[in-house]
Design a protein around this ligand. Structure first.
Ligand code: MN
Length: 441
């Protein structure tokens, strides 16, 4: 029964309705997903639905009717109150709660959707609905749309297309409001503290799973909903598997431990932090050399996360430093320009340097459109996460040096969450230390 700041959601709906300008939007909540037999995964609300309603129940449908007069524009279809269902599955707000607490202009039972939807949508210029994502109600909406198309040729009214709500919502969600920035500070603070706890406790832990337990237990203890994504706890060579989540290997003293983990708050704002630390409390010579290259790339890339810059610039800043560092120790050869052009670094660095962060871990919003790079603006939050992964899984590209055994099994990534703020990027996750002197005992 999560209550939240109603004003925030009201303001967002107002902006969204203005953007819709005559269109009718249908935004469905998430559904429960089966884990096995009759057990479900923990419920995770749809981010767009949450962003506009703050309503945390499955299956609901929200309508945004910008073609209707004020007071008839925000309609919710929800599960009605039901004593027996609530005894089994928990509290529901019901129709009255949807109107009183969540400020719906009108709430209906979900069972009425099919009958009432056509009249609500009638008179709008266009229907706004995400095709392919909500198959359980897509047929109802397509039926209404095709009837309207038929009528349109006779009556001259009715929707003439279906548009994606992402056009409007991605743009809104990409820039974080003051309220959202506060929530992101909280999510990144708890996430950063969890990484500190891992470093402080590592000498008492014997395997990756215990580290995962420590992290995720800490998230819950601090009142978060849980991990924002499957925590990656990867020791030694496991760190070269980018999305390693088995987390079941023993911790060996001479290895590094890469932890990529963050919490999700009860209102779904996420942290996303990676730290790589020596399990024994001391880097080997080779580990330290690679770590210094990645750290230098990461810190320099963060400095370029300023207003007017863009995500490709940040990536290229990091990439150039990684390549030059790898050239110096004989793991790459040739001109940096050619290496970038031929992508002959990709056996050592195979991902981009960051992504937007917010209600989704890989948050919504374009990075570029064709050749146009989306410029960074104040209030955007992104991760900066370069890495180097040395293994023999990917063949060395022609013309590049073979990898000496002494480097193999080193996987390092350093990731922070950065708020764009004029020329002074703010590292939200800076409570998680990353200097070599901080990581060594
Ligand atoms: Mn990330």
């Amino acid at each position: 029964m999560f209550k939240t700041n109603k004003k925030v959601f009201e303001e967002r709906r107002e902006i969204f309705l203005n953007k819709l300008g005559g269109k009718a939007a249908i935004i469905p909540a998430a559904n429960l997903v089966k884990h096995h037999a009759d057990c479900e995964y923990p419920f995770r609300q749809d981010s767009n639905f949450w962003y506009l309603t703050g309503f945390d129940e499955p299956d609901a449908i929200a309508l945004f009717l910008s073609h209707k007069p004020k007071g008839e524009r925000f309609i919710m279809f929800v599960a009605p109150k039901d004593v027996m269902s609530e005894v089994w599955h928990g509290f529901r707000w019901g129709l009255e709660g949807a109107e009183k607490e969540f400020k719906a202009d009108k709430a209906h039972s979900l069972t009425e959707l099919r009958d009432l939807l056509p009249a609500y949508i009638n008179g709008s210029d266009e229907i706004v609905f995400s095709i392919g994502k909500h198959l359980h109600i897509e047929k109802i909406i397509l039926d209404i749309f095709s009837k309207q198309l038929e009528n349109r040729s006779r009556l001259g009214i009715g929707a003439n297309s279906i548009k994606s709500p992402e056009i409007y919502l991605n743009e809104m969600r990409l820039i974080k409001s003051e309220f959202e920035i506060q929530r992101m500070r909280e999510a990144t603070k708890i996430s950063a503290e969890a990484h500190e706890l891992v470093r402080e406790s590592i000498s008492t832990k014997k395997n990756e799973r215990q580290i995962q337990g420590l992290l995720e237990g800490f998230f819950l203890e601090k009142g978060a909903r849980g991990p924002a994504y499957n925590s990656i706890v990867a020791s030694g060579d496991n760190a070269c598997i980018l999305h390693y989540t088995s987390n079941n290997s023993p911790l060996n003293k001479g290895d590094l431990l890469l932890v990529d983990a963050g919490c999700a708050l009860t209102d779904y704002y996420n942290g996303d932090i990676t730290r790589t630390i020596p399990i024994s409390g001391k880097f080997s010579e080779e580990q330290k050399i690679i770590y210094e290259i990645v750290l230098n790339a990461q810190k320099t890339a963060i400095k370029s996360a300023i207003t007017g810059s863009n995500s490709s610039t940040i990536h290229n800043v990091a990439l150039t430093i990684l390549i030059e560092g790898l050239k110096e120790i004989g793991l790459l050869s040739g001109s940096t320009e050619d290496i970038i052009k031929d992508q002959s670094y990709k056996h050592l660095y195979m991902h981009r340097t960051g992504h937007w962060l917010g209600l989704d871990v890989h948050d919504v919003g374009a990075y570029r459109m064709g050749d146009y790079e989306v410029p960074l603006k104040n209030g955007m939050i992104l991760t900066v996460e370069p890495g180097i992964y040395i293994s023999d899984r990917i063949p060395v590209p022609e013309g590049q040096p073979n990898i000496d055994e002494k480097w193999k099994g080193i996987g390092i990534r350093i990731e922070d969450d950065v708020l764009v703020n004029n020329s002074k990027p703010e590292v939200l996750s800076n409570a998680a230390l990353k200097e070599i002197s901080d990581l060594e005992l």
